[in-house]
Design a protein around this ligand. Structure first.
Ligand code: PLP
Length: 383
């Protein structure tokens, strides 16, 4: 692995392999028919990978639209030069309307109050605001209830300041497309869209798939899919991992900032949850902690890679630092580490690898949350 440049401010960083993101984007484009569009979801700073850098590489690999969660995430993309349509995945507060118009961001819409306020401001500004209508089909999170789509469209469609650019829903159980719950949501969506077409309402781009639905149920692509997690090379679930080969883009590395050889019985870290069990144990400090995405729940339970071998993390993980232990084991005599030595928290080192999924399993969460966590504070390098 060639590290071109490390962040100067701290000996811990995230590495993003933009080549992997380009390959994953192409892989997804190849799963689609030429007329089906790919909306790349880059919310939460591209799941911790850096929204602008990822959006640029996804654009070059064939992205047709971007989706974000918040208005400020959309503004960041526009200010960075992104020209493709940008969809906000929920309905923002009315106070955000001026920014939506100024930066040409399409909100999701599901209340007539918001839609009409958007239309009024658009007319004043001399433009037409495009929006996507969210349909509630069973996730019970956002959207116009699937039985009320006609009434909703009647209550807003007269307004000349707004135009429907798309309609969409979101699946609660896309990891199980053979299940009854998924099929019910899909049928409700299909019927709502058909009813709007029949009543003469323009639906624009029809879309419902996240990564697992796109991979596991090709018949549900409609006009566009909204892919997030898979673009970063992470598996949405067990079944998608068997269906497509993706390249993880994120690694997390750090350089040893301090070493010490405490005597047997000495404690390490807050609360002494670990005590040095024997003679000749080296304790190495790494300059990253739970404020950087290494959850404190992993204390004394996670490993770190050093020269292709696994080291145990010991003591409670601190906000900004954590400690690892080097012991002589029966299998191999571990080398001593020196200040400045490279250790891998996430990623490959020789034949060894620690994945975001490993952290997710240990923490009782999903790789999505682990990836976002590493986006909180660590600086990133791109290669
Ligand atoms: C986050 C999100 C997605 C992307 O989901 P992945 O599982 O990461 O592919 C798609 N649609 C909506 C509405 C979302 O909130």
């Amino acid at each position: 692995m060639v590290v071109q440049k490390e962040p100067w401010s701290r000996g811990a960083w995230v590495e993003i392999d933009l080549g992997a993101i380009r390959r994953n984007t192409r892989t997804f484009k190849n799963l689609l028919d030429p007329r089906e569009r790919l909306c790349c979801v880059v919310k939460a700073d591209a799941y911790g990978h850096g929204a602008l850098e990822c959006a640029r590489i996804m654009y070059s690999a064939g992205a047709d639209m971007f989706a974000v969660a918040t208005v400020s995430e959309g503004i960041e993309l526009r200010q960075g030069g992104v020209k493709l349509p940008i969809l906000i995945l929920s309905e923002p507060p009315e106070t955000a309307i001026d920014a939506l118009l100024e930066y040409e961001l399409m909100p999701s819409v599901y209340t007539s109050e918001f839609a009409l306020a958007l239309g009024e401001r658009a007319v004043e500004a001399g433009c037409v605001a495009r929006y996507h209508m969210a349909i509630e089909t069973g996730m019970n999170r956002i959207g116009v209830h699937h039985t009320e789509v006609i009434d909703f469209r009647r209550s807003i469609d007269f307004h000349r300041g707004i135009a429907c650019d798309g309609v969409f829903t979101h699946f609660a159980t896309a990891d199980d497309p053979d299940g009854w719950d998924y099929k019910l949501q899909r049928r409700r969506f299909e019927e709502a869209v058909a009813a709007m077409h029949e009543a003469g309402f323009d639906c624009g781009i029809v879309h419902c798939d996240n990564t697992p639905a796109m991979i596991l149920d090709p018949a549900s692509h409609y006009d566009m899919v909204r892919a997030g997690i898979g673009l970063y090379g992470l598996d949405a679930c067990e079944r998608t991992s068997r269906a497509v080969q993706l390249d993880p883009a994120m690694s997390v590395r750090a350089r040893v900032s301090r070493t010490t050889d405490p005597a047997m019985g000495e404690g390490v870290g807050y609360g002494y949850t670990y005590r040095v069990p024997r003679a000749r144990v080296q304790i190495c400090t790494l300059p990253l902690g739970y404020a950087d995405g290494v959850s404190r729940t992993l204390s004394n339970r996670m490993d770190v890679l050093f020269r292709g071998m696994r080291l145990r993390q010991v003591g409670n993980i601190c906000m900004d630092q954590l400690m690892v232990e080097i012991q002589e084991t029966s299998r191999s005599v571990m080398p001593e580490a020196e200040i400045g030595d490279l250790m891998t928290i996430i990623g490959r080192d020789g034949d060894a690898e620690i994945s975001l999924d490993e952290h997710a399993r240990l923490r009782g969460t999903i790789n999505y949350e682990v990836a976002c966590g590493f986006g909180m504070r660590l600086e990133r390098i791109y290669r």
